[in-house]
Design a binder for this molecule. Structure first.
Ligand SMILES: NC(=O)c1ccc[n+]([C@@H]2O[C@H](COP(=O)([O-])OP(=O)(O)OC[C@H]3O[C@@H](n4cnc5c(N)ncnc54)[C@H](O)[C@@H]3O)[C@@H](O)[C@H]2O)c1
Length: 255
């Protein structure tokens, strides 16, 4: 049976783990050749091994999304390997605990911590889009999906920098969607709720009951459930969809 991404070339950042890995695997299953990028090149290589073992075609790229030269090289390598860039999933990201102590309110957060979060979760997405769009304009179109979050739509106490970055991703997505709509480039974002990945694992046992009071489905999502939405948004089946925030959250945002 034909896959919905047959013949497409894709790039996934944060592809060594969690949502990025699940999406790279799902894209390959649907027929895409996938460049798997991550700051953990070893982790990206593991994802590539999984794809190639299943009969797919994939390459690993080590790249830190906070470094523009590395992003430029990442896009160039992906195009050199597969000839074009049809689908880009800008997904690499970090959690608040990666940049500072847990539980800080806005006035307690350091400037350095805030800046680091922005560099990866917001500027990283901007820089990826910038270099991907250059390629997509050259070839006459493409589809970009950015990973935002429900935190791109609502506030979350003690996560000011994360929430600000994810709201920024939603804004970048809407603006680029408008700017390139006439040139065949669709730009959307996915807004996951609480998903079971290495990012959410620390302390989950203690937080679980409290978090689930906010989730009508009363469970965590799994990365594969985000991957399905991303693959579809990248495919021609989503041909009239651009500038959208696609919430996949077990009902969190509706409640
Ligand atoms: N897990 C959730 O509940 C959840 C909810 C909403 C949004 N998200 C978002 O989904 C995305 C993926 O998160 P995940 O849950 O799969 O986490 P994860 O920790 O499993 O995966 C994140 C990946 O990004 C990579 N990464 C981090 N910083 C990077 C950098 N500077 N350059 C390149 N790669 C880098 C990591 O090495 C890792 O492989 C993130 O943007 C996150 O904010 C996650």
């Amino acid at each position: 049976m034909a896959g919905i991404l047959d013949g497409k070339s894709a790039l996934v950042t944060g592809g060594a783990s969690g949502i990025g890995r699940a999406t790279a695997l799902a894209m390959a299953r649907e027929g895409a050749r996938v460049a798997v990028a991550d700051q953990s090149e070893g982790g990206a290589a593991e994802t590539v091994a999984m794809i190639n073992a299943a009969g797919g075609q994939s390459i690993a790229i080590g790249a830190d999304v906070s470094d523009e030269a590395q992003i430029e090289a990442m896009v160039a390598r992906s195009v050199a390997a597969f000839g074009r860039l049809d689908c880009a999933f800008n997904n690499a990201g970090i959690a608040p605990r990666h940049v500072g102590p847990a539980g800080q309110r806005t006035h307690e957060m350091s400037r350095q911590s805030f800046d680091r979060m922005m560099a990866i979760n917001l500027t990283g997405v901007f820089l990826c889009m910038k270099h991907e769009i250059v390629q997509m304009l050259k070839q006459g179109g493409g589809a970009i999906v950015n990973t935002a979050s429900v935190a791109g739509l609502v506030g979350l106490p003690t996560a000011a920098s994360y929430v600000a970055a994810k709201h920024g991703v939603v804004g970048l997505t809407k603006t680029a969607a408008m700017e390139y709509a006439q040139e065949g480039i669709r730009v959307n974002c996915v807004n996951p709720g609480y998903i079971k990945t290495p990012m959410t694992e620390p302390g989950m046992a203690e937080r679980y009951e409290r978090l689930m009071t906010k989730v009508p489905m009363n469970r965590l999502g799994v990365p594969e459930e985000i991957a399905e939405a991303v693959v579809w948004m990248c495919s021609e089946r989503a041909s009239f969809m651009t500038g959208a925030s696609h919430v996949v959250d077990g009902g969190y945002y509706a409640a």
